[in-house]
Write a protein that binds this ligand. Structure first.
Ligand SMILES: [Cu+2]
Length: 257
């Protein structure tokens, strides 16, 4: 199994490899000790720890062991944090300028005719996004759209974008019934400004690998870079339990050429 987005594919494999190594050590140790330290039937075992039934045993600690199983997992956690840092930082790059006036990975808002937002404007009108070998995407600028969650459906708003950049529709899907469709253009990057009308939801665009909570009374943002190699049609599901019809609170993402 693999995740369906490039940026986390290498990370996924990396985490799986470490999980396997840690599992082999932990379960190997467990099985070895379970079967090695077994007394034979009828044989009297010397009571080296002076164990008495009903009495907590004499403490038999080993400082080297305790330091080892505290220190090694700590080093592993620091390492996994280190390798996760760049992909996570890319997923959460800022739509605003830093203290030196430089934008994040996706520049500022495109000069695309859409003005109904508070983000700083760029001179470019198209994102022309590109992906490096690690899956990190950069863009010249981004388009702002809106996503609203409500029990139990999603609403997409293309703001004032032209229909070749963003379009919406409805479609009937097996199991899910009538679902909204969001059509975005390949090579363009979108910033979804999101809110909920009622409880917490979370859109999860499966092939973009992103997921972010939408909250009542508070706007959250999520990047949606539609890279050239993304699957033409993919699903979005709600990833935060929100009540009876949570499991069918779906939508469809279409990547337009
Ligand atoms: Cu939900």
């Amino acid at each position: 199994m693999t995740v369906m987005t490039v940026i986390f594919e290498n990370l996924w494999d990396h985490y799986i490899i470490w999980s396997v190594i840690v599992s082999i050590i932990a379960f190997g140790w467990l099985f070895h000790h379970s079967f090695w330290f077994v007394s034979e039937d009828g044989k009297e075992v010397p009571n080296v720890d002076s164990l008495k039934v009903g009495v907590f045993p004499v403490h038999n600690d080993d400082m080297r062991l305790e330091v080892t199983w505290t220190f090694l997992p700590f080093v592993l956690i620091v390492w996994l944090t280190y390798v996760s840092w760049a992909p996570l930082d890319a997923m959460w790059t800022s739509p605003y300028a830093d203290s030196d006036g430089n934008p994040g990975l996706h520049g500022f808002a495109c000069d695309d005719g859409s003005t109904d937002h508070d983000f700083p404007m760029d001179t470019d009108s198209l994102s022309n996004n590109r992906m490096d070998s690690t899956g990190i995407i950069e863009s010249d600028c981004y388009h702002v759209i809106k996503i609203t969650g409500q029990q139990w459906f999603w609403s997409f708003d293309c703001m004032e974008l032209s229909t070749d950049l963003c379009d919406t529709g409805m479609e009937t899907m097996e199991v899910y019934g009538s679902v909204p469709v969001l059509m975005l253009k390949k090579g363009e990057t979108y910033l979804a400004v999101m809110e909920s009308q009622d409880v917490t939801h979370a859109p999860w665009f499966q092939h973009l690998g992103n997921k972010e909570d939408v909250l009542p009374g508070q706007e959250t943002n999520m990047w949606m870079p539609i890279f050239d190699t993304v699957t033409p049609e993919s699903m979005m599901l709600c990833a935060e339990y929100c009540g009876d019809a949570h499991s069918i609170m779906a939508a469809k993402l279409v990547a337009m050429d």
